[in-house]
Design a protein around this ligand. Structure first.
Ligand code: ACM
Ligand code: ZN
Length: 597
């Protein structure tokens, strides 16, 4: 298990409590994320300003990232070396190894604020109030940077016994290096062909130093780009590809792919959850994770050291909230990791999990009860224009629901169809009401496309295809509190065709797309609409483009016409432009809800 103490700081007392929880559920490694743009949290005797300056920021980002709002309440904290020793010993007594992470060359703003001469421009820099990826990083052309980082790592290696030292390596923009004379001179002197090779130079130089002290490096999967010493290990976070590549090239890997291991995502109906970074990861989904990638043969599989649950704390301010995000998902991951695949049984796990809750209550652990919300499964109803509603519960319990259309309260007896009348349906487990009082709801808005046959030219990426194509016509408009069940995601363009059933007079066609660039989700380049009466010959209806609001944008055209078939060609922007998170990788395209009126 990992804990980010930079975005928000957690006391030694809580860190020990967290370690107690790890020990109880047989997690044997604690990845302590100690430095980042928003705070440097470990005392370094030789460079006191790292914590005196770098440990504090002028305020913090508040609310959803898209609003870019900040408070002006000074915020900070750090651990003294004495406290670090205390935590390491506390963990060791519970058979837990502590892996410290010192981030480089990116996520370095707090260090640069303390020692601006370590950046390419010389600053001034500030400890960041907001979350994200920042262009100012350690200068790779300045030897002083390596001297300082080696001194820092020397103190770190005295404090931690871990064979592996985590050196970060993720999300390092190359903007500053491109125009920095020192970085450019380094590239020339070392014969490096671009700034990506300069990043490898940086990591390998640090790696050699760490190795010279008898330790090994581990880093986020970006460190694979450009070659590594044989004893470097990789933490696979951008999917599983990094772990696969590492294992196939004889490097150890820890699997922590975002889809299954990022415990900062929503775990239940977002309406009932505290604000989270986005995404949807239920405890059941964690339990379905298979940490050894299917691509590996038995020999390669030996290089998978294990898997890790990450608790990034941009939106997590309190110990209670950390507990809420980590538990019970950590319990599911622990069982996945310690139990042979053929012995894992989801229903049995859920059953045993429920019997663990009284112990967690006794320990005053604020675990999430989201598992016991009613889950809505939506599908095509018996006739076009109707949505089949299937309400599920993870545990045996009666389900009750209300419907604003009929203003009634009902016992749920089985799936039923909802017809073309706007309404909100709310459901809960009433036998478990005392302990699990959360009610979840869906608001349906019907338009001419709702619950009509839909075809896609390309299926969504499997990561973001939970509800399939029907998601786009299920009557539910996806929210900005982003969950996979409501948005479909592609890394390419797609053409969508909906059959309205008969030729009709129309005046509007639209589709929603998400603009959340910090999560690599970009708007389409343009959306081309066309209509047809026979499904073969389509005539242009209009092109929508130029939207740029953050969050959900509706690409639409208002025009009178007659159509039975509506076609929506959504054009992908290609790779993420420079200056954005994930630059150079294919952008995500997130769509939800076709609107035809
Ligand atoms: C990461 O989530 N940037 C490793
Ligand atoms: Zn530089």
């Amino acid at each position: 298990m990992h804990l980010d103490v930079c975005r928000h700081f957690f006391t030694v007392e809580f860190v020990k409590h967290y370690i107690d929880l790890l020990a109880r559920y047989k997690m044997n490694s604690f990845h302590w994320h100690l430095t980042d743009d928003q705070g440097w949290r470990i005392e370094i005797k030789k460079y006191p300003k790292l914590t005196e300056v770098g440990g504090w920021r002028k305020g913090s980002q508040v609310g959803p990232y898209s609003r870019r709002e900040y408070d002006s309440i000074p915020y900070g904290g750090f651990y003294t070396q004495e406290q670090i020793r205390e935590v390491v010993a506390y963990a060791a007594a519970r058979h837990i190894n502590v892996v410290p992470e010192i981030e480089m060359p990116g996520h370095a703003m707090a260090a640069l604020a303390a020692y601006p001469e370590l950046g390419c421009t010389g600053g001034p820099y500030e400890v960041q109030r907001g979350w994200g990826v920042f262009d100012d990083v350690f200068c790779a052309g300045n030897d002083t940077v390596f001297t300082v980082l080696e001194d820092v790592l020397t103190e770190v290696m005295e404090l931690f016994h871990s064979a592996y030292i985590h050196i970060g390596g993720d999300e390092c923009p190359k903007e500053r290096w491109k125009t920095c004379p020192k970085c450019q001179a380094r590239m020339k002197a070392e014969g490096l062909k671009d700034e990506h090779e300069l990043q490898s130079y940086f990591i390998q130089r640090i790696e050699k130093f760490v190795n010279s002290k008898g330790r090994k490096i581990i880093g986020w999967d970006e460190i694979l780009e450009g070659g590594l010493a044989p004893n470097a290990a990789v933490m696979s976070w951008r999917g599983t590809e990094g772990g696969v590549a590492a294992a196939q090239s004889g490097h150890y890997a820890v699997m922590t792919p975002g889809d299954y291991c990022y415990f900062d995502k929503y775990q239940g109906d977002p309406a009932n959850e505290p604000l989270a970074i986005g995404g949807y990861l239920t405890v059941q989904k964690v339990y379905r994770y298979e940490p050894v990638p299917a691509e590996l043969n038995a020999e390669e599989a030996k290089y998978i050291l294990g898997a890790q649950g990450n608790v990034w704390t941009e939106y997590i301010l309190t110990p209670e909230h950390v507990e809420y995000m980590a538990v019970p998902r950590m319990l599911a991951l622990a069982e996945v990791l310690w139990t042979p695949k053929e012995k894992r049984h989801e229903a049995d796990f859920i059953n045993r999990l429920e019997s663990e809750f009284p112990s967690l209550d006794a320990m005053h652990v604020n675990y999430a009860k989201s598992l016991f919300e009613v889950q809505f499964r939506l599908g095509q109803g018996a006739v076009p224009g109707t949505v089949k509603l299937d309400l599920r519960s993870a545990i045996p319990s009666k389900i009750g629901y209300t419907d604003t259309d009929t203003a009634g309260v009902f016992n749920y007896v089985g799936p039923f169809d909802v017809e073309g009348q706007d309404r909100t349906i709310s459901a809960g487990l009433y036998e478990k009401h005392g302990r699990f009082p959360k009610v979840s709801s869906r608001t349906f808005q019907f338009n001419l496309a709702t619950a009509h046959p839909i075809t896609l030219s390309v299926q969504p990426d499997e990561q973001y295809n939970e509800g399939g194509a029907f998601t786009l016509v299920d009557g539910i408009t996806a929210q900005e509190k982003r969950v996979n069940t409501e948005w479909l995601g592609w890394r390419k363009g797609v053409t969508i065709t909906v059959d309205l059933g008969s030729e009709q007079a129309i005046g509007h066609i639209g589709i929603g797309a998400l603009n959340e660039t910090h999560s690599w989700i970009h708007l389409p380049k343009e959306v081309v609409f066309s209509i047809s009466s026979d499904g073969k010959n389509f005539v242009p209806y209009g092109i929508a483009k130029g939207m740029d609001a953050v969050g959900r944008n509706e690409f639409s055209i208002d025009k009178t016409g007659k159509a039975r078939y509506v076609r929506i060609a959504v054009k992908h922007i290609g790779n993420i432009p420079e200056g954005f998170a994930g630059a150079g990788k294919p952008a995500w395209l997130f769509l939800d809800e076709v609107d035809v009126r």
